[in-house]
Design a protein around this ligand. Structure first.
Ligand code: UD1
Length: 416
């Protein structure tokens, strides 16, 4: 089992290209099974979640190959609607295959995604969307079966803006007979990426990025192409890293326009930020202060995935920071490890109260989940001595070579 070793106390200085977005890559790859052609995805991040998605694509009958940072998916052959439990269990977001396989094959049988480290992750909104398009859904023995020879367009009113349910609804609707309107849709920028790819395949979709998405079903989709957008959560993590350690970093191939609340919080902490097209520069010289309350919300609010790294960056900030997590139930699992490093954090339900401390100390800590692991790395940069983070397999799901990225930014970090 590998570990990430970080020696704190060194300020950062360097520049880094932001990886392609995990949360865009996964739905895009799943969407490719809808097409009867060859799709190419550029700027594809090298992540274990992407590898797991590729294994599912191959299992159902796609040919997948890579070239540089591009992944090619040929879905022109026959596609099977069954995904083995082992493959489903490897990645929580595999539920995104539901809409795509149902639409392509007229049926699909998947095991429910396993219990999640962020608390229960229900799929009721995904099923509501598929039912609204005429799918017959049955659940038995932990498996979900959906059937419908040809989905028909309809109205899907999502009571809350689930990202995955919005994506599943879009994937199911693009080849349905007739028109679909999705209201209450999630507005995350990754959904815009999905729309752009689907349009390149011949789908008729508009509205992604707003809460109403309109789709006119088409009979067939051909192959398509997409350059995957920058990963705004990876970018937020490396900015939080610089806020924590001090110094100056420059992130290129970034998407500052999609990161407004994160940049605002970092500014509120006393960091100097400059943005250009695809560029973010952060400099932190003086002491940090609390950014004020941070409340996670669906986009365009503060993203839940950026909450753990930001929490790690405020551990030594002057004053008290209140964080309120409104999206997931168990999103403070990194707190005990941060406390073991000297942090003063109290949690009660959705709320965490962080009082700035003078010093953090390195030690042996275990990553509890993907973003929780990133939080430990951010804290380690500001801690005295060496921190050894185990459980890095979580981080590999979403961060392309975190040790390499931190080293490029001037940190003393290595993976062993
Ligand atoms: C996606 C992201 C994840 C991010 C999250 C919120 C991907 C691959 N993952 O996850 O990194 O943290 O958005 O921005 O893109 N819910 C229900 N019923 C459902 C579906 C969701 O109640 O059927 C609830 C969830 O429990 C959660 C909230 O809705 O409380 C948001 O979840 P959702 O937006 O669906 O997140 P994901 O798509 O799973």
């Amino acid at each position: 089992m590998s570990v990430l070793k970080i020696t704190g106390g060194r300020s950062l200085e360097g520049s880094l290209r932001v990886q392609g977005a995990k949360n865009s890559a996964l739905p895009l790859l799943a969407a490719s099974v809808l097409t009867e052609g060859l799709s190419v995805f550029r700027n594809c991040p090298r992540l274990t979640d992407v590898a797991a998605t590729v294994d599912i694509l191959r299992h159902v009958g796609c040919r997948v190959y890579g070239e540089g940072d591009a992944l090619y998916v040929d879905a022109s052959g026959p596609i099977s609607p069954e995904v083995p439990d082992e493959l489903m269990g490897r990645m929580r977001s595999s539920v995104i295959f539901l809409g795509a396989l149902l639409s392509r094959c007229g049926e699909v049988s998947l095991s429910l995604p396993g219990g999640c480290e962020l608390g229960p992750r229900p799929v009721d909104l995904h099923l509501l969307a598929l039912r609204a398009l005429g799918a017959e859904v049955t659940e038995a023995g932990g498996r979900l079966c959906c059937r419908c020879a040809r989905l028909r367009g309809g109205r899907i009113d999502l009571p809350s803006p689930s990202v995955g349910a919005t994506e599943n609804a879009m994937l199911a609707a693009v080849r349905a007979r007739g028109n679909t309107v999705i209201t209450g849709a999630a507005r995350e920028p990754e959904i815009r990426d999905l729309q752009e790819y689907l349009r390149s395949c011949g789908a008729l979709v508009t509205g992604a990025g707003s809460s109403v998405i309109r789709i006119r079903g088409v009979e067939k989709l051909g192959g398509g192409e997409k350059r995957i957008m920058p990963d705004r959560i990876a970018a937020a993590t490396y900015l939080a890293a610089c806020a924590s350690a001090g110094g100056r970093v420059r992130l290129y191939d970034a998407c500052p326009g999609d990161m407004v609340p994160v940049l605002q919080a970092l500014r509120g902490m006393g960091c100097e930020l400059r943005t250009g097209e695809n560029l973010i520069m952060l400099e932190r010289r003086g002491p940090l202060r609390s950014p004020g309350p941070v409340i996670t919300r669906p986009h365009p609010g503060f993203p839940t995935d950026a909450q753990p790294p930001l929490m790690a960056a405020v551990l030594k900030a002057q004053g008290t920071t209140v964080m309120i997590e409104t999206i997931f139930e168990s999103r403070y699992r990194h707190v005990p490890a941060l406390r073991s490093m000297g942090a003063d954090i109290r949690t009660a339900g959705k709320t965490a109260v962080i009082r700035g401390v003078e010093r953090l100390r390195g030690g042996e800590v275990h990553a509890s989940d993907l973003r929780g692991g990133a939080a430990l790395a951010v804290a380690a940069l500001a801690a005295e001595g060496e921190t050894v983070i185990s459980g890095t397999e979580y981080m590999d799901r979403g961060y392309e070579d975190m040790a390499g990225a931190l080293t490029a930014l001037g940190a003393e970090a290595c993976s062993e």
